[in-house]
Design a binder for this molecule. Sequence first.
Ligand SMILES: Cc1cc2nc3c(=O)[nH]c(=O)nc-3n(C[C@H](O)[C@H](O)[C@H](O)COP(=O)(O)OP(=O)(O)OC[C@H]3O[C@@H](n4cnc5c(N)ncnc54)[C@H](O)[C@@H]3O)c2cc1C
Ligand SMILES: Cc1cc2nc3c(=O)[nH]c(=O)nc-3n(C[C@H](O)[C@H](O)[C@H](O)COP(=O)(O)O)c2cc1C
Length: 603
Amino acid sequence: MSPEPQKLNQTMLDTNQLASFQQSINNLSPLQLAWASGYLAAKAENVTNATVPAAIASAAPTTLTILYGSQTGNAKGVAKSLAAQASAQGLNVELKSMGEIKPKAIKNITHLLIVASTNGEGEAPDDAIALHEFLSSKKAPKLDHLNYSVLALGDTSYELFCQTGKDFDLNLEKLGATRMAPRLDCDVDYDEAANTWSATVITQVKTLLSSEASVSNVVALASVNSTEELYTKQKPYTAELLLSQKITGRDSAKDVRHVEIDLGDSGLTYQAGDALGIWFENSVALVDELITELGFDAQEKVSAGDESIALGEALKTKFEITQTSIQFVNFWAEKSQATNLLDILDDKSAMREYAAIHQVVDVVKFAPLQNKVKLNAQEFIDALRKITPRLYSIASSQSEAEEEVHLTVGLVQYQTEEANRQGGASGFLTNGIDEGGEVKVFVEHNDNFRLPENNETPVIMIGPGTGVAPFRAFMQEREATEATGDNWLFFGDQTFTQDFLYQVEWQGYLKSGLLTKIDLAFSRDQAEKIYVQDRLLENADEVFSWLERGAHIYVCGDMSRMAKDVEAALLTIIATKGQLSAEQANDYLKDLRNAKRYQKDVY
Ligand SMILES: Cc1cc2nc3c(=O)[nH]c(=O)nc-3n(C[C@H](O)[C@H](O)[C@H](O)COP(=O)(O)OP(=O)(O)OC[C@H]3O[C@@H](n4cnc5c(N)ncnc54)[C@H](O)[C@@H]3O)c2cc1C
Ligand SMILES: Cc1cc2nc3c(=O)[nH]c(=O)nc-3n(C[C@H](O)[C@H](O)[C@H](O)COP(=O)(O)O)c2cc1C
């Protein structure tokens, strides 16, 4: 808690004490000063616990708490850098995931910065769910002693843009807290905006805290975890693609690849449940098609950030051209004055839909510029979003794959009137590089998708399609650690013969007894469609009895339909087999989630 202003004078050093204190720290190096600051803080705490009056205890610098809610690591990354900057400015910083604090503990915080992403359809990321819910519930306390600011991460292609950050901001305001700086809502290329916001907010916090005389003049010893990772999203490792092998049959409607990447001597480590970030390059053919359509010269220099590079290279490596943003559709509507775009300009959801099914080149093709309209390459580039890496659930355990990392990549592809279009990253991993080629990667740790600590705990894994990827990693890990807990897999796809991913491996695990049970749902192998949620319902008794004996339940894959249908099936099972009302079943599932026994990795 910050000291109350009127008590400050009692807690300060008198002139003589100050002079002698300053003399004794004069020759210390920054590191020694940092150590000394920690030493003094600890000493104050010890003494406080013993006999010293409370006024002295309250002289310890006020803590700036930074809480993040992050599903895939971006908000965590922003929060870490915010914490490092604040700490370098002499603030006493505590950085935590929202999942690491008890929601009620918010009462004890006086200065708070929140960095929160939005997940699902406007939902809070897993680690933020409890606090998010608590702050909008009747149980939420008055927070009129709290100063806060929110940085929200999101993606404008979603209907509920930055919803979680907005919720935190508004709920804290409602509870009486004081907003130190306006909320910043960031789109997918958030780096610059987040940096500027961080610098501004830190200055504000510093001013506020120094008026409360609680900023240390020395480099503060922040409780920021400073173990620098060698390779990160910003500094990826250049790995070698070892293998990209199609694992769906010749007649499958899908092209799914088993991808193997060599992490060499990078020292990169991962755990079952983590994801791999892939920086990709756009296809040269697509770049050429776009440049030809626009009548530009591929060699023309453009500035991309602080670099001046050829337009062709910029479109290949720096900008998104397979995903289209609403902002680009807006820009192109203005430029082209094409009626197909002007007609939807005021309809946000129509714009979102249009952007989702037209790559940049198709927007341009279907709305050509009038003859007289002038457009230069720089202006065009400036209307595009910077390229962002894609994540893939890791499909191997390092205990088995060692310096390799395996992925299960579904190629995104569809046919337009003009051409076959492919996704940026999945196209790159499938057709864009040869085996032996280079791919820039980083590990995105995900503590919200982890095997139980106790090896005897049973697990239920629900992963249709590429959602099966992390469960291959789970099984390898369970085997390597000789885990004795039961393992039950629900897998599904279109057909048994064409789409049974890793069939031989699952059969091997069944035979060895590592996999206790497998239930399969091939939707197109019979007249009526059967999905994993139907298999869950068919096995309701046993699913419930596994839950009752402590099973952890995992869902991975399609977010928009599968994960919702599976959740509905689980609620039905819990309500009917546990003889609970709908509300009680909801609470049962919520308890599972809070106990980290119900975890999702959906996209
Ligand atoms: C945590 C996490 C884990 C993931 N794990 C996996 C995994 O294990 N395996 C996996 O395959 N993926 C996984 N994904 C998804 C993956 O990250 C990519 O989103 C996916 O591969 C598509 O990326 P892309 O670059 O190939 O396509 P993009 O370039 O992002 O998309 C291409 C564009 O095509 C559009 N489009 C797609 N289909 C159509 C259509 N039918 N008609 C018109 N337009 C269309 C899209 O809207 C998009 O604008 C995961 C995602 C997350 C967040
Ligand atoms: C499955 C999924 C669902 C998402 N849903 C939303 C959403 O509803 N609204 C939004 O603004 N952004 C949404 N996003 C975008 C993320 O908020 C954005 O990518 C953010 O940078 C992720 O931060 P994180 O890595 O800290 O979770 C979604 C992203 C994913 C992968």
